[in-house]
Design a protein around this ligand. Structure first.
Ligand SMILES: [Zn+2]
Length: 282
């Protein structure tokens, strides 16, 4: 099923959104569909008895730091000559799909989030923090979190590499309702594909250096000894200077969730985040 969905929807995250609706894990999902593929998607959804509503506008995806995932997009009219993406709201209930479409049109983030089945605490967090110039709330979630070590279930940094168990920004990386959603989603993935589940848990268990300007880095196969993190390969969204510093050293020292030292260079500031996602704190 996951493979079939991937042929249809390309990205794994997008495919899983559809799977969660099929499996009744999500009351409604919202995915971006390229305008030339709308008919194909509608046929697929029909065949799988999923109702859908399509946005009355389309969006141009912004160039972002990730190939797979963009938090940022620009709305344009649906008859604009430029090719764009439509939001498709899918649900087993036609009414819910239509309500989600309407909530988005009205810019009602809180209602849209609730319709998509996100925890209330996270919907409120989103509404409070989201803005035209602040579309990535990862560091805001880190600001709300205690320390820098979290369970891999809430690793949303890996979404830049098309891997995530959550489709919303958790209000904190310790958000209980978000962890429960992620656990449930993980079970669904496991049921359909042990291989995909194993790949997910491998990538989600990473140390992460998250920056607003210099890329997002997953430090793979890490070992944490006190504040020291020794790691293997580095997955990156950007071949920046920081990437070369991180990948040529293979170890760093964490000072706190906003600062670390690599090769005697201290890196810190509001645009930086350090997170370690593992099996702990379950
Ligand atoms: Zn929350």
């Amino acid at each position: 099923m996951i493979r079939q969905l991937q042929q249809e929807f390309h990205s794994i995250i997008k495919s899983l959104e559809v799977l969660y609706v099929i499996e009744n894990a999500k009351p409604c999902a919202r995915i971006l569909v390229f305008e030339d593929e709308l008919n194909k998607t509608a046929n697929f959804l029909d065949k799988n008895k999923i109702n859908s509503a399509v946005s009355d506008f389309k969006v141009l995806k912004q160039v972002s730091q990730s190939e797979f995932y963009s938090d940022k997009s620009v709305k344009i009219p649906k008859n604009d000559a430029r090719k764009g993406y439509f939001f498709v709201y899918l649900s087993k209930s036609m009414e819910t799909a239509k309500k989600a479409k309407l909530a988005e049109e009205n810019n009602n983030h809180l209602e849209l989030g609730m319709l998509l089945g996100y925890p209330k605490c996270c919907c409120e967090f989103f509404e409070k923090n989201f803005g035209a110039n602040k579309t990535d709330l990862t560091l805001a979630a880190l600001g709300n979190s205690d320390g820098f070590e979290f369970s891999f279930y809430t690793d949303i940094a890996a979404r830049h590499f098309d891997v995530s168990l959550l489709s919303h920004f958790p209000h904190s990386f310790e958000c209980g309702p978000s962890i429960n959603i992620a656990k449930n989603n993980f079970e669904i993935i496991k049921k359909h594909s042990e291989d995909t589940a194993a790949m997910f848990s491998g990538i989600l268990q990473s140390a992460v250096i998250y920056t607003m300007q210099e890329g997002v880095f997953l430090l793979r196969k890490y070992e944490k000894i006190g504040g020291k993190i020794i790691y293997g390969d580095v997955m990156t969204t950007s071949k920046s200077k920081l990437y070369y510093l991180l990948s040529s050293n293979k170890e760093l020292n964490v000072i706190d969730k906003k600062s670390f030292i690599v090769n005697d260079t201290k890196i810190e500031g509001d645009g930086y985040g350090v997170m370690v996602f593992g099996l702990n704190k379950l």
